[in-house]
Design a protein around this ligand. Structure first.
Ligand code: ADP
Length: 349
């Protein structure tokens, strides 16, 4: 492709125009205006000089214009070839300026979508590797249990029952983990849409407490739901959230509160409301979380105290955080080892 094609075309058309008009000017001056031949030549000469000046000016403007177009085209090639160091700080007036601005906007959008695509791939890779990594150990244990039973290596009925019970536990753990991981992956990939509507906070809490009723009864723990001191006791407290998902988030927190507390302790759910936000605090009297772990507690597969709950996978809090943040809320944790842990969910009004 010739890069000066337009200029050549312009030159051609200009020559034709001058070639046609010059004799016309000469004829008009000589015949119609009845001037002498010498004057006709003089006026035609002036016309030619004027045409040459117009030509030089037009070619100059065009050359500048084409230079800018070449620059943009060169930048496009650089962007396509992945060269990140092109100069984006060009400010110009007029149409060329607008072209540059729109070009940079396009490049920014392109880069953002490339980055998003990269992050999505990374997320998928991490999720797959997390799931497969976490499944390896329980699957290997199940394989050993099956071999033991199949090869009749456990003669005592008691031993066989123990192995089967352990296999059941591993299966439950795997099932819970896979379901939680899938939910987390779907939330993070944005395929789950939270439907936020005003929900009565006390109803959501009651549904969550129902979900862990069996667990706390077994451990003789007490769950107390109350309003923050100074809060009027009447009137409904509303939260703008997806009720079912908030119930799930609260169940995770309540289950942890029960798992990491001794028998006969109390789990408090404290509701707080003002003009700006609604807050739910879930506070236990359990083992607490060391200060250095508080920073990492919401990361996937992060576990702290395995001797208290050896079955911990470290996915519940990551899922809870994703749910709460997916609904526009915030989650925070405070703890004093040996005394208490308190998770706070805040939803702005
Ligand atoms: P899981 O999915 O196994 O329930 P979580 O993500 O819920 O794990 O919790 C991660 C870690 O955070 C746990 O291993 C535990 O050490 C700690 N943790 C969570 N909640 C509490 C709590 N209420 N009290 C003490 N430690 C807690």
């Amino acid at each position: 492709m010739k890069d000066n094609y337009e200029l050549k075309q312009f030159q051609k058309h200009f020559m034709i125009l001058v070639g046609v008009f010059l004799p016309i000017v000469w004829v008009v001056v000589w015949c119609v205006l009845d001037f002498e031949v010498a004057r006709a030549w003089l006026i035609s000469g002036i016309f030619l000089l004027f045409a040459v000046c117009v030509y030089i000016a037009a070619v100059g403007v065009q050359r500048n214009l084409y230079k800018e177009i070449h620059n943009i085209s060169r930048l496009m090639v650089e962007v396509v070839e992945g060269n990140e160091d092109y100069n984006a700080e060009v400010y110009r007036e007029g149409s060329i300026g607008i072209l540059y601005t729109n070009f940079y906007k396009m490049v920014t959008v392109l880069r953002e979508s490339q980055m998003k695509e990269g992050k999505e791939k990374e997320f998928l890779r991490d999720t797959i590797s997390d799931i497969s990594h976490q499944l390896k150990t329980p699957l290997a244990s199940l394989g050993v249990f099956i071999d033991l039973l199949y090869e009749d290596k456990l003669s005592q009925k008691e031993k066989q029952k123990e192995v089967l019970q352990e296999a059941r536990r591993q299966l439950d753990r795997m099932e819970w983990m896979v379901l939680a991981m899938l939910k987390l992956a779907r939330i993070e990939a944005g395929t789950i849409k939270f439907i936020r509507r005003p929900c009565e906070a006390e109803c959501v809490i009651a549904a969550a407490v129902e979900g862990i009723k069996y667990l706390v009864e077994k451990r003789k723990q007490k769950v107390v739901v109350k309003r923050y001191e100074g809060e009027p006791g009447d009137g409904k407290i509303m939260i703008s959230c997806d009720g079912e998902w908030l119930t799930e988030a609260l169940i995770n927190l309540l289950k942890n509160a029960s798992d990491y507390s001794k028998e006969k302790t109390t789990i408090k759910i404290i509701l707080e409301e003002n003009e700006l936000f609604t807050r739910i605090n879930v506070q236990d009297e359990g083992v607490g979380i060391p200060e250095e772990a508080l920073l990492h507690i919401f990361k996937r597969f992060y576990r702290v105290n395995n001797s208290v709950n050896p079955g911990s996978v470290g996915i519940g809090l990551a899922l809870t955080k994703s749910i709460v943040e997916g609904m526009g809320g915030k989650i925070k944790v405070k703890s004093e080892p040996g005394k208490y842990t308190c998770f706070t969910l805040t939803f702005l009004k």
